[in-house]
Structures are given as structure tokens and as C-alpha cells.
Design a protein around this ligand. Structure first.
Ligand SMILES: C[S@@+](CC[C@H](N)C(=O)[O-])C[C@H]1O[C@@H](n2cnc3c(N)ncnc32)[C@H](O)[C@@H]1O
Length: 258
């Protein structure tokens, strides 16, 4: 028998193209249940009808089904490895890198890549693709205003160079950093991947997906990279059998496409 949740995911997929069945069920169910209960609905059935009939409920659903937390230089040590080991090796064979920050949320990650790369080349030569499924976070990334807490790991020299204080407790990222990033809406679980990337960064989103979805994505990320291109994942997201996807471990959380 098809459960109420399954019925809900099937209908949502038809309506929005988003396949909730590829997200871990327990987690997603809990998040959506607390969301609809807050609005006074009693079941997934009722919630689906509300989403269908109200643009506001639909927008709230799209906004909350994902978790958008991010920060600059998240897990600082990993960015040091990128700077001291990975980038020098990538730049030894080409000066122009094709880079993708997948599931970039509010932009801290692609802007961090730009700051790290600025140590190697002028900002005018940097072009990073940054994508997310959620249009609201993309709009916030383009705005580029951040609360102080998301800057806690930013090195002082970068903070002085690329941020200005806005109102109390908020900072704005500089236009020259902003210009290095092109933001686009993209659903990792449904949309086509571009190819020939030198570096793909996809962190802190794979944890929300089922094993089956992860397997599909590792394969697609691997194929989207050039030979010797690098895949950088989040700090709880090691790949258990990298060679299955033509990956070789370069360092913890960094994989090279062989
Ligand atoms: C926790 S944030 C990670 C942000 C950043 N990568 C980091 O590590 O700080 C997860 C992001 O994944 C996005 N996301 C969730 N499902 C997605 C999908 N199917 N396709 C693309 N992005 C997705 C969410 O909108 C959210 O912005």
C-alpha cells in the first residue's frame, strides 16, 4: 500500500519536479510534519491541497524543505588544504580553471573560493559557477550581505580587503568578489550537469540524500570533471568506495578524477 507520505512525494514531484523520495525519509518527514502542523494541517493529504491552492504555502514549502545554513571558510582546515595543495597542483597544468560550487546556498562557499583563488590570480580572471535549487538563497547570495557570525573564520586580511561593514552586525561582500561568481538555479537531482570542470565543490547537501541518490550523483560529478579534476565534499561526506566512480583520494574530503 502506498503511504500518505509517498502519495505526497509523488504529487509534489508532478507539481514541482522536486523528487522528495531521494531525500532521507525520516529527516524530511519530520521537517515537513512540523512545518504543516504549525500551519494547523493534520496530514500530508491536507498539506498537499494547501500547497496546491496557495502560492504562499507553496513558497514556504520550497523554502523550508532544504536547510540553507552556510558560512565563509566552513571547516577552515579544508580550505587550507585547497590553497596549499589542491590549487597549486591544478594550476600547474592550466591557468584558467572551470569551477562549480553546487548547492551553494547563500553564496559563502563560492565567495570563499574566489577569495582563496585571489591569492593565485587577479579576480578579473576568476569565473565560478554557483548553483542551488532554492531561488531565495540565490537572491540572498547576489545581495551579498551577511551577519557577522558567518564571517567568523574569514582571515583578517580577506575581511579587510573584501568586506565592508553595513549596519551593526552585518557585512557586505565587495562587488569585485561578486563579479567572479555566476549564480544559477539548478536541481542536482533532476537537471543536467555541465562538463569539463577542473574543480567541483559540493558540500553539506549529500548528507540529506538517500544512498541511491548519492550513488547517482557521485557518478554524475565524476563524469562532469576533466581527467585530474578535483571533487571537494563536506566534512561528513567521505566517499566509501571512491574508485567505483573513478575517483582517487587526494586528501581527506578531496578526490581526483582518474
Ligand atoms: C546546508 S546548505 C550547504 C551550503 C554550502 N554548500 C555549505 O557547505 O556551506 C545545503 C544547500 O543545498 C541546497 N539543496 C538541497 N537540495 C538540493 C538539490 N536537489 N539541488 C540543488 N541544491 C539543493 C539547499 O537549498 C541548500 O542551500
Amino acid at each position: 500500500m502506498v503511504s500518505q507520505y509517498e502519495e505526497f512525494t509523488n504529487k509534489i514531484k508532478k507539481m514541482t519536479g522536486i523528487d522528495l523520495s531521494l531525500y532521507k525519509e525520516g529527516q524530511m518527514k519530520r521537517r515537513l510534519t512540523s512545518l504543516y502542523e504549525k500551519r494547523g494541517y493534520k496530514s500530508f493529504q491536507e498539506y498537499y491541497l494547501a500547497i496546491k491552492n496557495s502560492h504562499e504555502v507553496l513558497i514556504e514549502f520550497l523554502d523550508r524543505m532544504t536547510i540553507n545554513v552556510s558560512e565563509f571558510y566552513r571547516n577552515y582546515k579544508r580550505w587550507e588544504v585547497l590553497e596549499t595543495k589542491i590549487l597549486p597542483s591544478l594550476l600547474s597544468s592550466t591557468r584558467k580553471l572551470k569551477i562549480w560550487s553546487a548547492a551553494c546556498s547563500t553564496g559563502e562557499e563560492p565567495y570563499t573560493i574566489a577569495m582563496v583563488l585571489s591569492k593565485f590570480m587577479p579576480l578579473s580572471q576568476i569565473n565560478i559557477l554557483a548553483t542551488d535549487i532554492d531561488e531565495n538563497v540565490i537572491a540572498r547570495a547576489k545581495l551579498g550581505i551577511y551577519p557577522e557570525r558567518s564571517l567568523s573564520e574569514v582571515p583578517a586580511e580577506m575581511k579587510d580587503k573584501y568586506f565592508t561593514r553595513e549596519q551593526i552586525g552585518f557585512y557586505k561582500i565587495s562587488d569585485e568578489i561578486k563579479r567572479t561568481v555566476t549564480f544559477k538555479k539548478h536541481n542536482l537531482l533532476a537537471d543536467r550537469f555541465d562538463s569539463e570542470f577542473d574543480l567541483i565543490i559540493c558540500r553539506n547537501v549529500l548528507i540529506y540524500f538517500t544512498e541511491e541518490a548519492k550513488v547517482m550523483l557521485y557518478d554524475k560529478f565524476s563524469k562532469a570533471l576533466k581527467k585530474n579534476g578535483v571533487f571537494f565534499v563536506g566534512s561528513t561526506e567521505q566517499i566509501f568506495n571512491p574508485i567505483k566512480y573513478n575517483f582517487e583520494t587526494l586528501d581527506t574530503f578531496f578526490y581526483k578524477r582518474v
